[in-house]
Design a protein around this ligand. Structure first.
Ligand SMILES: Nc1ncnc2c1ncn2[C@@H]1O[C@H](COP(=O)(O)OP(=O)(O)OP(=O)(O)O)[C@@H](O)[C@H]1O
Length: 588
């Protein structure tokens, strides 16, 4: 299991597309940081060694001051060298980290911005918040607190073993066994427990993020239901669970530190015994007895972080995996940039024998589904809830891929046209998002290059001109968070104005009038049909009123189009449709 974990860590490192490129690019300064780290410990150890020698030789009243002159100078040199090297090393490593972090944050935000819609479908909100809040910090620490200290510690260990091995083989073997226990054995043995503790903690944090997000989104409902206290209790239960895990971690950490301190004590005792028996043959040699033991103490600072670092490995490897997953999943979609390209209306959009389900155990939503939609055709998609209507649109956009069959524009599979997808489609669902900015900016999202006059034109087309003209600041009025200044119908109209400005050839409507009163619903749909007559349109709806305006209706049921035809044809020939239609418009 431990070997597998180490292998996993190695694989992550190898495939790390976040820090690794920066590491490679700044190889020279990294080596300098390692070298400075080594020099710091060397000076610390040498300082103690020379000081020990100096104290011992002064205690024996040297007959000539020059006998201790060189150690005095060396003490001063190492004493100054240690903080100086440490300072430069800190300066260099922090500079490196700040530069890298800034570049990484830029990269992360660009990734999220570019593939926002894709990410929101594939990552839960808790995951995304976690990604933003923690993962990059973890990755920074992974190198600063794990990889770099381990490299410096192993470098010091390697050189120490060579040096001691040359001086005395038995001592080298004893030191090797004890130090190896500290820097290899304990970290490896502690890994499984660290992984399981971490995964519990991580699950808890993620749940907390998810629940907090949900709870906050539903804040109004908690209040309406007079369940404010439940809301508080709901969130505080996570705090108490987190506190328990933290306490357990602290206890384990204390025990581990005690064991390591005991081992260091044992090393000091071994050194003391060895120097007591081997360095007392002459008075001159005895000067070194204390030095050897003292020289070892500063090295404890070098080896201690290795165990700690290894215990943090699970924390970092999960973050590293998620960031790399993010890079990979978005790199598939990277081509789907938001850059607007001029695209011509396809003559034909074809679904050919498409089958789809979300997972092997999930119900098949499309089964050998075929459909041909011609240029400027308006298609209404009806069907019971959960039959896969929205999924059908997601397949068309390319957010999902068919398990079998193809979806193509003029014979070319949509997967090959993903680089143009933002130019092909406009999308309006039941709750268009309105940003907390001006009306002008909200509409201009459709086309950043549009002039103020263009914005006013589309606002007039969607019937918002009068409303906007009555606002004291007109189009410069800020609509508050998620457009709370606007009614539901006005929000949908504003989103429609955005779509008109975008002027993409294919319009996808996913129940855009849900929650609107019948009059507003009918007006909005009238506006859409009037302004979008030159576009190809897919309209998912549960309401049959207004359907006469579409060219064709398909009824999606059990993975197939169970009814299909013009509204008039279906009304005349399909009793089920006639009944549904009459029910919907209140005729029966
Ligand atoms: N990402 C997903 N992973 C697994 N199942 C999903 C996912 N998204 C949707 N589903 C499931 O697929 C089924 C079809 O969902 P879809 O939203 O396409 O239906 P719909 O016909 O548009 O429903 P409605 O009319 O209620 O909006 C539902 O049962 C839904 O739970």
């Amino acid at each position: 299991m431990n070997l597998k974990m180490i292998k996993n860590a190695y694989r992550f490192l190898k495939h790390d597309q976040w820090f690794m490129p920066f590491l490679k690019k700044n190889r020279a300064s990294l080596f300098l940081i390692f070298f400075l780290g080594f020099l710091t410990f060397f000076c610390g150890s040498a300082l103690m060694f020379v000081s020990g020698y100096l104290i011992s030789s002064c205690a024996r009243h040297p007959y000539n001051l020059f006998l201790v002159y060189v150690p005095v100078v060396l003490t001063r040199a190492f004493g100054i060298g240690r903080p100086v090297f440490k300072y430069i090393e800190r300066l260099k490593s922090h500079n490196w980290v700040l530069k890298t972090t800034s570049a990484l944050r830029g990269k992360l935000y660009k990734t999220l911005e570019r593939d926002g819609s894709f990410l929101s479908r594939h990552f839960r909100t808790g995951d995304l918040l976690d990604l933003l809040a923690d993962d990059l910090d973890h990755l920074e620490n992974f190198y600063l607190r794990t990889i770099f200290p381990i490299i410096v510690a192993y470098l010091v260990f390697f050189l120490l073993m060579i040096f001691v091995g040359i001086s005395n083989l038995y001592l080298a073997v004893a030191l090797f066994l004890l130090l190896s226990t500290i820097i290899f054995l304990i970290p490896i043995l502690a890994l499984p427990a660290a992984y399981s503790r971490y995964s519990r903690q991580k699950n808890l944090t993620q749940k907390q993020y998810e629940h907090s997000t949900e709870a906050f989104f539903g804040l109004r409902d908690w209040k309406i239901a007079h369940r404010e206290q439940d809301f508080t209790d709901y969130n505080s239960q996570f705090d108490s669970q987190a506190a328990k895990i933290k306490d357990k971690n602290r206890q384990l950490e204390l025990n581990r530190n005690l064991l390591i301190q005991l081992l260091f004590g044992l090393i000091a005792t071994v050194l003391l015994c060895w120097s007591g028996t081997n360095l007392t043959a002459s008075k001159m040699m005895a000067n070194y007895a204390a030095s050897v033991v003292l020289a070892f103490f500063p090295l404890m600072d070098c080896f201690l972080p290795v165990t700690q670092a290894a215990l943090e490995l699970p924390l970092y490897s999960v973050s590293l995996k998620r960031l790399n997953d993010l890079s990979q999943s978005t790199s598939i979609k990277t081509v789907a940039t938001s850059q607007k390209q001029e695209v011509a209306l396809p003559e034909q959009i074809a679904f050919d024998h498409v089958s789809f389900n979300y997972g092997p155990k999930e119900q098949a939503l499309l089964v050998d589904f075929s459909l041909r939609v011609h240029k400027k055709e308006k298609i209404a998609i009806l069907g019971p809830s959960g039959e896969g209507k929205t999924t059908l649109l997601q397949l068309l956009i390319g957010d999902l891929s068919a398990k079998q069959g193809t979806i193509s524009f003029d014979g070319q599979p949509i997967s090959e046209r993903q680089n143009q997808r933002s130019s092909w489609f406009s999308y309006l669902n039941q709750s268009a998002f309105i940003f907390n900015t001006t009306i002008l900016n909200n509409v201009r999202l459709g086309n950043e290059r549009a002039s103020n006059d263009d914005v006013k034109r589309v606002l007039a087309q969607v019937g918002l001109q009068e409303f906007v003209s009555k606002l004291s600041k007109g189009v410069d009025t800020i609509v508050e968070e998620n457009g709370s200044l606007l009614s539901g119908g006005q929000r949908q109209r504003l989103a429609l104005a955005r779509i008109l400005l975008k002027d993409a050839p294919i319009l996808l409507l996913d129940e855009p009038t849900v929650g609107l009163d019948p009059l507003t619903e009918s007006q909005l749909m009238q506006t859409i049909f009037k302004t979008q007559k030159d576009k190809t349109m897919f309209w998912i709806t549960h309401h049959l009123a207004g359907l006469e305006q579409v060219d064709r209706i398909i009824f999606l049921e059990k993975g197939k189009a169970s009814m299909s035809g013009t509204p008039q044809w279906l009304y005349d020939h399909d009793p089920r449709f006639r009944r549904l239609y009459d029910l919907d418009i209140g005729r029966i």
